[in-house]
Ligand binder design. Structure first.
Ligand code: RM4
Ligand code: MN
Ligand code: MN
Length: 427
């Protein structure tokens, strides 16, 4: 389904007056406070967040999966869904593929289809956490860290294959997330598992084109519950440092134990120039993969405060990170959820742009904790929604994405097109 641009214009026209008064109000206030509103709007518009190809269907838990209707049944339909999101918000201009869930059979055709929707291909993701139907060796006891060299070889070759698929599509990064780990104390030699992983990653790294990056994702537990080979940012950083300058760490918000200070991890990694990729989601307990900003919006703001600091610092050695939503949708319509997630990311980003850095630094130097909090929360408590809407309007997108999505009955149309019982590949 392709969205007629006129429908967006009609929607914007209806909301115009209300939007305009809200926007003038905040723009005036920010100008009085010394902000350059045009500069902020340009930054908001420039932030593009990749959508993973596995987030467009209804996700499941280990108990069940309640499929929604009209789910994309092919890669082409997934691209159409991301294209739809991008048409509505002009902020989701990239798609991230998971191989082999989404192997492009005809890369050229897939690439030109994506282009029709104004989309590019973000990082490609390998999958060594599931055995494929025709697979002779099993990843049950690990992949890149496996005790059996033949299994490691299989996993290495798969990653090299994923790079090749990515090259044909114009991707510039490979994300490696390993499920490798153990469930029981004593099951594995930690040192050997790390060394084997490093050796395997070295081989993959050799196959990485010069202008590519490798993102190493960490996770403390799950699917195994005692140990994980790449359990935390320190392990990821150690591997990335040993591999070389094309290797970076990837922070997935859900891959931390409750109450971990993620903003501090972000600060350290950016200081070292090693933050390559970022997966957004939200959680209450673990890797819940809930809508971004639905549980801990203040934490998201604090994380963005460090990200903005790292991105705007002229002395920064960190490349621009690759942004992606990594979520699962068990309850909400996946497309609505993704629209909400993109909005939440933009809200936190914009609020972080409003932090008065000079005043904050002065407060810090004076050890004035009260003033530091005042400064941060002054930015956080600013309702920046009209700014984001204005940036969208200027880009030709909808003032209120969810309202437009609902008014146009998009899901109903997708069900008519694809049927009620389609199931998309992914988790
Ligand atoms: C993992 C991890 C990876 C994602 C898979 C589907 O928990 O977050 O990034 O590829 O889920
Ligand atoms: Mn992830
Ligand atoms: Mn995850």
């Amino acid at each position: 389904m392709k969205l007629d641009k006129q429908l967006i214009q009609d929607h914007n026209k209806k909301l115009h007056d209300k939007h305009q008064s809200g926007f003038s109000f905040i723009a005036d206030r920010l100008t009085t406070e010394g902000h350059d509103v045009e500069r902020i709007l340009a930054k908001i518009a420039a932030l593009q967040i990749a959508i993973p190809s596995w987030a467009l269907g209804t996700g499941g838990t280990r108990f069940s999966r309640f499929s929604g209707g009209g789910e994309p049944g092919s890669l082409e339909e997934k691209i159409a869904d991301v294209g739809l999101l991008h048409a509505i918000n002009r902020s989701s201009g990239a798609i991230s593929l998971h191989i082999p869930w989404d192997i492009p059979k005809d890369a050229k055709a897939i690439k030109s289809l994506a282009k029709e929707y104004d989309l590019v291909f973000d990082a490609v993701n390998s999958n060594t956490f599931q055995d494929q139907a025709d697979q002779e060796l099993s990843y049950k006891y690990g992949s890149l860290s496996h005790s059996d060299k033949a299994v490691r070889k299989l996993a290495i070759e798969h990653n090299v294959d994923v790079i090749k698929h990515g090259e044909l599509l114009g991707s510039k990064a490979l994300t490696v997330w390993l499920a490798d780990g153990t469930c029981f104390p004593g099951q594995q030699n930690f040192r050997k598992a790390f060394q084997r992983t490093l050796e395997s990653l070295k081989e993959i790294y050799t196959a990485l084109p010069d202008d590519w990056q490798m993102f190493i994702e960490y996770k403390p537990y799950e699917p195994y519950f005692y140990s994980t080979v790449i359990q935390d940012w320190g392990t990821s950083h150690l591997l990335a440092s040993k591999l070389g300058k094309k290797a970076y760490c990837l922070v997935d918000l859900g891959h931390h134990l409750p109450n971990t200070n993620i903003e501090q991890i972000v600060a350290t990694l950016m200081m070292e120039g090693k933050l390559g990729g970022f997966h957004f989601n939200d959680s209450k307990y673990g890797d819940d993969d809930l809508t971004v900003g639905s549980i801990k919006p203040y934490q998201l703001f604090l994380i963005f405060n460090e990200l903005v600091y790292g991105m705007e610092d002229p002395a920064s050695i960190n490349p621009p990170p690759a942004w992606m939503i990594d979520a699962s949708h068990n309850v909400k319509d996946p497309l609505e959820d993704l629209l909400q997630s993109v909005e939440a990311i933009k809200l936190a980003y914009t609020q972080a742009l409003l932090v008065n850095k000079e005043e904050l630094e002065a407060a810090r130097e004076n050890n004035d904790a009260t003033q530091a909090q005042e400064i941060l929360q002054h930015a956080y408590r600013t309702d920046v929604r009209p700014l984001i809407a204005e940036a969208r309007r200027r880009a030709g997108a909808a003032l209120h994405p969810i309202t437009l999505f609902r008014n146009l009955n998009v899901r109903k149309q997708l069900i008519q097109e694809r049927g009620l019982k389609t199931v998309s590949t992914g988790l």
